[in-house]
Design a protein around this ligand. Structure first.
Ligand code: SF4
Ligand code: SF4
Length: 386
């Protein structure tokens, strides 16, 4: 298993992580089987957003005696009211449900206290000054949570929250199809349509600047992204159901998500032993089996404008430059003109920077997205000075 830094939190998480959503409604033995198998595979990061009491109790029992070996994203504002799940901003409900989470998970701390489901800008505006935010800050001050997170599907709202400086970790819906969705479209509406079986069609769209701006803001501020919906609820695996009109494999979806800036982990929904095995098997696949570039390059919307997709399909480079990484840092700068210190530091830490480029052009011949790599290497040198 590969591990990544969870942004500025100081924690380190497995890049393939366990989304526990589908453990709801399962009996204890199955929950324990899935959690045991995940931990055996090196998965150390769990998302627990569910407010339903039994699943929380089962996860707590399954983790008994091993709490210290996992990092838990637990949600604040995901409540169980009158026997049903509810997104709540009522401070009484939020406190009661968060304390219930601690009790049922048999712990006195949650690593990432995640403000749950903040999609509308107005919701963030209200939340920023709310008792719920003061509660999250007080939990962090006491050490009951180690970091404050927020889950969202809206890049504009999420960016505003990130730029407030209050959010350390962002749980965000991210996949190649959603990266085409205009920032002002309501993702909840899209999810409802998908669940109802209505096929989406994203042909004619191009990569959405609001999302690129969000990823840049996260990278600059050391805010880690934990990915949800990397498979778009499974639709990306089927040519008939995918809004892209082609079928991707699970590995290609995971590889795409893990190659976006600031991403620390992908939360993969697992509800049976075979799900754990198939998700963990990603770590053993060859580059060719993970490669998402060929299939996405066959679609005009990803090729438009010669934008780098950070796939490193253009390697090997005789100068040993990590071309995807240079392009990623360059994009972060080009989006708003001047390099943030954190981006400069990441760039400077590369083993070989763009100045090593020999202008041989081998990468351009291999790049399926028609990226003018040599010109971009020159631009990187101009901007970063090396
Ligand atoms: S230059 Fe092309 S092949 Fe290389 S990382 Fe970017 S998109 Fe992929
Ligand atoms: S042109 Fe530069 S970046 Fe591309 S393969 Fe040659 S040396 Fe590497």
């Amino acid at each position: 298993m590969q591990y990544r830094k969870l942004g500025r939190t100081g924690m380190t998480v497995s890049e393939i992580s366990l989304g526990c959503e589908h453990l709801q409604g399962k009996d204890y033995d199955l929950v324990k089987t899935v959690i045991d198998a995940a931990l055996d595979k090196g998965i150390n990061f769990l998302d627990v957003f569910m407010s339903e009491p039994n699943v929380r109790t089962n996860i707590g029992r399954a983790l008994a005696g091993r709490r210290e070996s996992v990092i838990i994203q637990g949600h604040i504002g995901s409540c169980w009211v009158d026997g049903q799940y509810k997104v709540s901003r009522d401070i009484g409900e939020c406190v009661a449900c968060f304390e219930d989470l601690l009790t049922r998970l048999q712990t006195d701390y949650i690593d990432v206290g995640m403000l749950h489901f903040v999609d509308r800008e107005t919701d963030w505006d209200a939340l920023e000054q709310s008792e719920m935010m003061r509660y999250a800050l007080s939990l962090k001050a006491k050490g009951t949570i180690r970091a404050i997170g927020m889950s969202s599907h809206n890049p504009v709202t999420a960016r505003k929250a990130i730029e407030s400086g209050l959010i350390d970790v962002l749980m965000f819906s991210l996949n190649p199809a959603y990266d085409l969705v205009p920032g002002d479209r309501d993702m909840t509406e899209i999810f409802s349509e998908v669940v109802a079986g209505k096929k989406q069609n994203f042909s004619g769209l191009t990569l959405e600047p609001a999302r690129a701006a969000l990823y840049r803001a996260c990278e600059e501020r050391g805010v880690a992204i934990t990915v949800m919906k990397a498979l778009a609820m499974g639709t990306l695996l089927s040519r008939e159901r995918s809004p892209l009109g082609v079928a991707l494999t699970e590995a290609q979806c995971l590889s795409y998500a893990l190659s976006r800036p600031a991403v620390a982990a992908v939360m993969v929904g697992m509800q049976r032993l075979s799900d754990v095995e198939s998700a963990a098997a990603y770590e053993t696949l060859s580059d060719a089996e993970r490669d998402h570039s060929e299939v996405l390059a066959s679609l005009g919307m990803f090729r438009a404008g010669g934008r780098c997709m950070y796939c490193n399909h253009c390697l090997p480079c005789p100068a040993r430059i990590d071309i995807a990484a240079v392009n990623k840092y360059l994009d972060l700068v080009l989006l708003d003109g001047s390099p943030a210190d954190s981006v400069k530091q990441h760039y400077s830490a590369l083993d070989n920077t763009a100045e090593a480029c020999l202008r041989c052009g081998a990468c351009e011949k291999r790049c399926p997205f028609e990226v003018p790599v040599i010109k971009r290497m020159q631009r990187a040198v101009e901007i970063f000075g090396k």
